[in-house]
Every structure is written in structure tokens, then in C-alpha cells.
Design a binder for this molecule. Sequence first.
Ligand code: ADP
Ligand code: MG
Ligand code: ZN
Length: 484
Amino acid sequence: MGVRLIWLTFQARVSKKLDTRLGMHMAAYEDNLLIEELDIIARVLEIWNTTWVGKYPKALRRDEVLLRFEGNKLPIPGSDILLLADFYRLHTTGANKEIYVPKTRKVPGGSKNSHTLTLELLIELDAYTDRIEDTDTTTSLRKSTKRKADTDAMSAPVGKQPRNTSNPFPKSSFVRAPSSASANVNTTETISLVLADVHTDAATGSVEITWPAVKKTVVAKLEVDKMMSGQTKHVYRLFMDGTTYVAKRFFNIGGDGAPGRRVSPSQNYQNLYQEVCRAIQGQWFLDEFYKLVRQRDIEVDMSFRFVRPLLAKEVIDDLGSFSLASGVSQADIDSDSEPDKAGAYWLIEPRRAASVRRWSGTMSHPVVAGQKGATMSVLAHFIYGYSNSELVAADLQSTIAGTDTGTVADVIFDIMTHTPDGCVLIYHNFLTMLHDTDVNATRRNSGVGDHGQEGIDAFIEQHECNYLCKEMGLVTEGGGSDGD
Ligand SMILES: Nc1ncnc2c1ncn2[C@@H]1O[C@H](COP(=O)(O)OP(=O)(O)O)[C@@H](O)[C@H]1O
Ligand SMILES: [Mg+2]
Ligand SMILES: [Zn+2]
């Protein structure tokens, strides 16, 4: 797959000065991996430490260096956990390019068209010397004397090195990174997909999903082995148009289906469908929320958005079978109680950073510190109010991702909702489409994880109004949102 290589150059900075003795480290990395996964900094340190310990007693540790761009510039906050491709794009497009890309610098070994970032690792000498001293004086209590002076003492020999401004790269250890992509050598299978069209009604927030009459297919590569699993879904890597995505399918829908019971192809489809609805609906509520926030000039975290998943259906291949990853066989299709909805369906989203920040659980709505936490909490209250108490947003979680506009967004995904009995207002189109075949005819709900009134009550009981709820006017007379 057209994976790009990105060249990274590193120099060491100690306090205000570049430490040229450690040399310049340069290596190429495949851009479809996460920075965390690549462990770039640890690798650079490994090489530099051979020089470092020639002068100092102990090797530098990962937590004693900070990632910077040339000139000690801070990377865009939050961006250091992105995919390398996103990290690169974020810092080299639009106005950011002016800041992060040196204008005239020729990188040794880099060809004209190569993608390069000029980075630095800032060595936190205070932290390092603290650690060294602590281990030297293990029996005595930590000294309370200031250690600031150590910085100069330690860096003095470094500083004496004349800084050669015309050629700041005296040494270059030019290394092609060893195959970093162990995660990338997994077997893939080629599949053809049809993508659903998703429409949202701007006025009501209702969602309509239709399948194109003329079947346009896209070809993708899907990994045979799953990348990971959550509580309800298996997650696979999928490569399409040179971009890495994840493809998800349900393996556990709980409820009346006992855990471990197989999820039929049509159940998978219905649950994916509902998840897409929840995400689109979530974005609609978020838009309304942000609109109000702007009108009233209230300061909240503006970086949230909902994932916009694609819903895809595999086209059966020449041999008449679906992908191995889908787990769907012809026998499954034949025995499905709803043959017209049986097939190999996937929910597809761009691959994002691995670290997930949780703001609420299925049945828990805690107070989370900070502006982001407060924003998620008031959003949940807003959704409850704005939906006329028909909808509680649960399981709010987000991961960081770069956007096309060169900013970092907090992408909310895998949202769950609690609805009194099917949330007709919200899922109008969905229910119209499914009403004759709904598997949960007795308690139509918004999908897996919907605990109905119980779930709504949990929110009412646990939600604590914060300053933003007050500013938004969501708090009623008694002070509490729900007259407790
Ligand atoms: N777009 C993505 N990119 C990278 N990892 C993801 C992505 N979506 C989900 N994951 C990972 O897979 C896990 C399971 O996915 P999720 O949608 O939360 O399924 P579940 O319904 O099983 O909780 C997530 O907790 C997250 O760690
Ligand atoms: Mg999840
Ligand atoms: Zn509130």
C-alpha cells in the first residue's frame, strides 16, 4: 500500500543551546503508524546515550526529554500521539508551515521531494541531575537546596563547544529505521465495498441512510486478524486510497442475546446502522450546542467533534464468499432471520490515536476536572434538555486526531444513548425503515447499551451541574438540574 516515508532529523538541546556533540540523528519512518507505536524518541536516545554516558554517569531516560521542533518550538499540543502522517500534515500545511518548516534548510541525504521534519529533543537537565543526585545520596533525605545551578554546571562543557551556525549538523548518523512496521506485516485480503449515503435533516437531526442504486464499489485491503476488540466490537485495520482506516463489526450485542451468542449478519447490520445514527445525531446536537455557546459567548472547549463513520457492505467475490475478517459465511446468510439485511457489513472510520479519554460510562456520569471534562458534562446535560428529556448521551469518549484545517480535534466515538422507549423523535427514519423487522419490538431502543428509563435515571441522579450548565441556563430554580 502506498505508505509514505517521512524523514525525521533530531538534534539535542540542553537548556538554551544545541548540543552538537550528540550528533544529528536522522531516520525514515513509515507514516501510517502512530508516533507512540514507532517509539521514535526511545530510539534516538538509544543512539545518543552511547555518547552521553561517555561524559555523564547515567543514560538519559525517555521521561527526561521533550519533543520540540527546530528552534525549541513546541509541537501543536496533543499532536505527539497522532499517526505520523497526521503529525506531518498538521505541521507542514497552511500557516503552521511558516512556523515549523525551515525555509532554506537543506537536509543532508534528503532528496528534494522527500518529506522531512526538523526536530529537537530538549534534554531536561534538572530532572536528570535530580535523578543522578538522588541515587548518589540514597541514605540522606532529599536536599532542599536549589538545584537550578546544576543546569549551568552540567551544561558548561556543552556550551563551550563553539556553536557553528553555518553548519549546525556536524555529524549525521544516517539510519534507515529498521522495519518498524511489525504491526503492518499482517496478512490482508482484498475486498470490494459499497458505501451507504448518509443524510441528516438539519431541522430535526433525524438521519437517513440509503444504499446507492447504482453500485459503485471501492476496493480496499482488510487485515485478516483483528487489531483489537472492545466490549462489543472487533476492530480491524483497513487500507483504502492510501489511508489507514479501522473497520468494525459487532460480536456482542448483549441484551437478550446471551454473551457469547453469535451476532447474526443482520443484527450486526442493524447495530452498525444504529451506531452511525448515534454518531450523526451526536454531531447534530454538538452543532446546536456550539451554536448556542457562540451566541451566548460562553467559553467551552471547542475542539470536540463526533466521528463521521462510513457504513459499508462487502460485495461478494468471484468465489462467492465474504472476507475472512467478516466471519460471515453463506450458511450464516441462509439461516439469517432477515435475509434482506444479511450481508457482511462494516463501520469504517479513519484510524486515530490509540489513547482514549473517557468522559462518561454507560451508567456513570462523573465530574471530570478541566475545561474538556466540564464541556462534555454540560454537553450531556444539553442533549438531555434539547431532546425534551428523550435522550441521554452515555459512554462519551474521545481520541485526538488531526483535521484538514490544520488543527487538532477531540473525536467522540462509540457513543451510547439511553432513550425512554425508542426515541421516535430522534430515530424517526430509522424506525420507519426497520419497524417491520425490528428485533426488539417490545422495547425498541437506540441500540446496544440502551438501558431505557434506568439509563436516563442514572444520568439524572449522577449528573452534577457545573458552572457551564449555569451559564447555559440549564439549571432550574432549585439549583439542581432535576429538583433533588
Ligand atoms: N478509529 C480508531 N482508530 C484507532 N483505534 C480505534 C478506533 N476506533 C476504536 N479504536 C479502538 O478500538 C476500541 C474498540 O472500539 P469501540 O468502537 O470503542 O468498540 P466497542 O463498542 O467494542 O467499545 C476502542 O476502545 C479503541 O481503543
Ligand atoms: Mg468502546
Ligand atoms: Zn448540568
